[in-house]
Design a protein around this ligand. Sequence first.
Ligand SMILES: C[S@@+](CC[C@H](N)C(=O)[O-])C[C@H]1O[C@@H](n2cnc3c(N)ncnc32)[C@H](O)[C@@H]1O
Length: 222
Amino acid sequence: MAENVRSFHGPLSERVRDQTVACCQGLSGRLLDVGCGNGLLFDALLPGSTLHGIGVDRSFELLSDAVRRLDGRIGCVRGLIHQLPFRDGSFDIVTCLNTLLNLPSLDAVTGALGEMMRVCRPSGRVIVDIRNARNPYIRARYWWHRRTPSFPTVAYRLDEIAAVLQSGGFTVETADPIGMTGAWMAWGYVIVARRTSPNPSRSLPFPLLRKEREGEGRGEDG
Ligand SMILES: C[S@@+](CC[C@H](N)C(=O)[O-])C[C@H]1O[C@@H](n2cnc3c(N)ncnc32)[C@H](O)[C@@H]1O
């Protein structure tokens, strides 16, 4: 675990969490952090906030670390990103940070976003980040990462993620660039989306190949 946790502190990962904390200022209610790892988002988010935090991750070890470090101030649940163990519309805010980059394909991301939209309340927000596939450096670096099975990372374009959210009835409210600004320069984006169509996302097809589900997300930073 030690090596993974060190990678969670990469500069990009830190900026993504900081930007998300800024997006959550003034919000209240129940916040679910999907792929919460050892709970680093909550370190910055909880002080002075009325948000009630719950983290879900597939790693028992990382969840245990989160419970220990945060002294029981959040709820932790073991679960998978494609089968979130919560009822429809259970959360006011659903975040997923530094994690979509570890899923193997846009299909897998589509399935994960479908689950996040399902558990989000009709008036709630989904906040996710992506690494920017339009940035040539990120594209080249992640292409190289994908050649080494132990360190898979995938970058996506903002428009393809916006289209997935749109098909689930959500509209991108803000997309804040991380690092530099400009479509070709941004290292990534923190995307805030809100439901604008009443159609529940579960009625839409979110294809996911079983082999991708089995091989997904090894929990590395990019
Ligand atoms: C790079 S870490 C990011 C952790 C945290 N969000 C942060 O920013 O510090 C990715 C996390 O996603 C979790 N993860 C990856 N695939 C997952 C899946 N299919 N279901 C649940 N958790 C998953 C990993 O266990 C890991 O904790």
